[in-house]
Design a protein around this ligand. Structure first.
Ligand code: FE2
Length: 370
């Protein structure tokens, strides 16, 4: 029978559930705005485990084409290698219905053979603004209790935040692939016009990203570094081919002409307002740390960090690749030369990171098109 004490207890319980839901949404929206799709998925699984007090949580994604579900992230007793083909099992049922389902005694259901390791299970579709992106699964409470309606509400709250965050991250990564693809085509066109730069850009990109990661740059900066590296020599589009392809050493005027390519690259990209940091890295990628012999005479921290990394990556590839006018150096000799130039041509901190990165690096076969 209802009593004032019972009503109060019920209200307190309700309030505590609502508070839990609000603080959860706050935590998730804070976290999701800065993470990659892998990190978001792992956070969702972690959050589901801690918010619902379950032993296992898994984030399932729909494969492109929507024919299979696969595990993107999981915590606890979950076989992440197993896929779920279309219309097979409880996860697809939830996705089709676009509604959560809970099974407190899984052994008594038709799904007992598919998931024999669990006693109880709750599944919620992950829905973005425009599409179903997957499902969030939780199983077996630590306390051994069954799932209540408040658990279902929490799971739905996590799923709906997850849906928007995942959809945004997917959209971002699709746009990013499109952008990187377009840049790669542009760079290939540039390399095709010069007989000795084949593969140079891709290698410099690999080295720069490797150094940037050792230096602990954020994912966002590493992404900008990648684009900067892909585009670092784009200004050579405007350099006469006779100079780019010359087999003898360059005369004074030709050196002046080729030293213009960082500035020309920056000019080509100037309309891309979002590329401000990238443009500066390209413009200053031939600066020297000590300010001597660089193109613009900047020194030390005046040179953007991405430009300082590009300088080392670019020089290392130039030394370890064949050129029409000289043979390539060995990896060891090139590393020694980079080390020798720390503090003069190169930022010593970048060289330190380079030395860590290069330890695990084995040069691949260089392609040289005569
Ligand atoms: Fe360059």
């Amino acid at each position: 029978m209802a009593s004032p004490e019972n009503d109060l207890a019920l209200t307190v319980r309700e309030l505590s559930n609502v508070y839990e839901e609000i603080s959860l949404l706050y935590r998730l929206s804070e976290v999701f705005s800065v993470l990659s799709i892998d990190e978001i998925s792992l956070r969702i699984a972690d959050e589901a485990v801690s918010s619902l007090g379950v032993k296992t949580a898994a984030v399932l994604f729909l494969e492109e084409g929507g024919e299979r579900l696969y595990t993107k992230a999981s915590v606890g007793d979950w076989d992440g290698t197993k896929g779920f083909p279309q219309d097979d099992g409880v996860f697809w049922k939830v996705i089709r219905a676009k509604k959560p389902s809970a099974f407190c005694r899984l052994a008594e259901t038709e799904y007992r053979n598919a998931l024999p390791q669990f006693c109880s299970l709750m599944v919620c579709p992950i829905i973005g603004k425009a599409r179903v992106v997957g499902a969030l699964v939780v199983a077996d409470k630590e306390s051994g209790e069954e799932f209540f309606s408040s658990d279902s509400k929490l799971l739905m709250a996590i799923s709906s935040q997850a849906g928007l965050a995942i959809e945004n991250a997917l959209l971002y990564s699709e746009l990013e692939s499109l952008l990187i693809g377009a840049i790669r085509s542009l760079v290939k066109a540039l390399e095709a016009s010069s007989c000795w730069t084949a593969g140079h850009t891709e290698r410099v990109t690999e080295y720069a990203v490797g150094i940037g990661r050792v230096m602990g740059l954020s994912d966002d900066v590493v992404e900008k570094l990648k684009i900067s590296a892909l585009l670092h020599d784009i200004g050579k589009i405007a350099t006469p081919k006779e100079i780019l392809n010359k087999k003898d050493s360059l005369d004074k005027d030709e050196i002046i002409e080729i030293r213009r390519h960082p500035e020309l690259g920056a000019e080509i990209l100037v309309e891309l307002k979002q590329f401000k940091d990238i443009i500066l890295s390209i413009k200053y990628h031939h600066e020297h740390w000590d300010g001597v012999n660089g193109v613009f005479g900047l020194k030390h921290e005046e040179i953007p960090i991405m430009a300082r990394i590009l300088a080392v990556a670019d020089a290392f590839d130039a030394m370890t690749s064949d050129r029409p006018y000289r043979q390539m150096m060995s990896k060891e000799a090139a590393v020694e030369e980079v080390q020798r130039c720390a503090g003069t041509q190169f930022d010593p901190a970048v060289v330190s990171a380079f030395l860590v990165w290069v330890e695990g690096f084995t040069p691949r076969h260089r392609v040289f098109s005569p």
